[in-house]
Design a protein around this ligand. Structure first.
Ligand code: ATP
Ligand code: MG
Length: 288
């Protein structure tokens, strides 16, 4: 039987879409349209094990899956023997302490002898211990943010992304304890067999190529030769842009890659320096 690297992924929820998108961009196509628990790829030696995100760290630590894609918050909370191989840059959120808006927050000592509701008791107790705060941790699994409003707790420790849930519950974030994102994990103790390690290496290589292209644009433009030096001085930090001749000898074409976040600034300066016919294209992969 062919060796397959088994990847534990979330079956549905906030990690699912971007996990599938990353795998898709890495060229991995799945067999079954209908989602079953274990789905092999039809063009790459991996199979996906669909689980609740809570179960992913343990499935990897115990060797049921070879690697997994899960939020760092879940990895730290479950505290299993896993190794973080790569930060994947999506599903970003943070774990924060929040208190009712009306309270005048004086600093961490405020939490002494308070009751904090959370679904993340492991991360919270570690944090409080480090800071020398003695609080009462009250574990609830869902709707943590309503706890202060109904008198169940003085404060909460929960996931925050936009903060709108906090606002609608009259809470305000006072301490950001952990910045989280999706991470790729492997077992902390078991080494992969050689064939599986080779599959993992290829996968990591592809993920890097997808990530490198993220937020970048390929641009090409026509420039009068006499203005070439001025235009090149605008293009930031690129080793050596491609310069091609055009049928009209007084003009040439420049091709290069720029950061999307500086796109409009750079385009404006290029135009001011005499660049014309500027085209911008999405980059799918970038092998550095
Ligand atoms: P499951 O059914 O798999 O247990 P879940 O309800 O525990 O799912 P989701 O709400 O799907 O979990 O969130 C999965 C992960 O997505 C979180 O653990 C966190 O890492 C990340 N995440 C990113 N943004 C948010 C957000 N705004 N709210 C909650 N989680 C977020
Ligand atoms: Mg969960």
């Amino acid at each position: 039987m062919e060796t397959r690297l088994r990847i534990a992924v979330q079956s549905k929820g906030r990690l699912y879409d971007e996990t599938m998108e990353l795998l898709g961009e890495a060229g991995i196509k799945l067999t079954a349209v209908k989602r079953t628990l274990l789905v092999p790829s039809r063009n790459f030696p991996v199979e996906l094990l669909f689980l609740r995100d809570d179960d992913i760290p343990d499935s990897v630590a115990s060797g049921i899956a070879d690697i997994g894609i899960v939020g760092l918050n879940e990895v730290l909370e479950k505290d299993k023997n896993v190794e973080i191989l790569k930060e994947l840059g999506f599903s970003r959120c943070h774990l924060s302490l929040a208190i009712p808006k009306r309270i005048d927050y004086t600093g961490l000592e405020w939490f002494n002898n308070r009751k904090i509701a959370t679904s993340y008791p492991v991360i919270l107790s570690k944090f409080l211990k480090e800071k020398g705060i003695n609080a009462d941790i009250h574990v609830i699994t869902g709707s943590v943010e309503i706890a202060p409003g109904i008198g169940l707790a003085d404060a909460i420790f929960d996931i925050v992304s936009s903060g709108s849930t906090l606002v609608s519950n009259n809470l305000t974030e006072v301490e950001n304890v952990l910045d989280s994102q999706a991470v790729l994990i492997s077992s902390g103790k078991k080494k992969l067999i050689e064939e599986k390690q080779a599959i993992l290496d290829e996968l990591l290589f592809r993920f890097d190529a997808v990530k490198a292209a993220d937020g970048k644009k390929y641009i090409l433009m026509n420039v009068p030769r006499e203005k070439l030096d001025n235009v090149l001085s605008v293009l930031p930090g690129i080793k050596s842009p491609t310069i091609l001749p055009l049928a009209n000898n007084d003009w040439c074409s420049i091709h290069t890659v720029i950061e999307e976040k500086r796109f409009w600034e750079i385009i404006g300066r290029l135009r001011a320096e005499g660049a014309e016919g500027i085209l911008a294209l999405d980059i799918e992969k970038m092998i550095l």
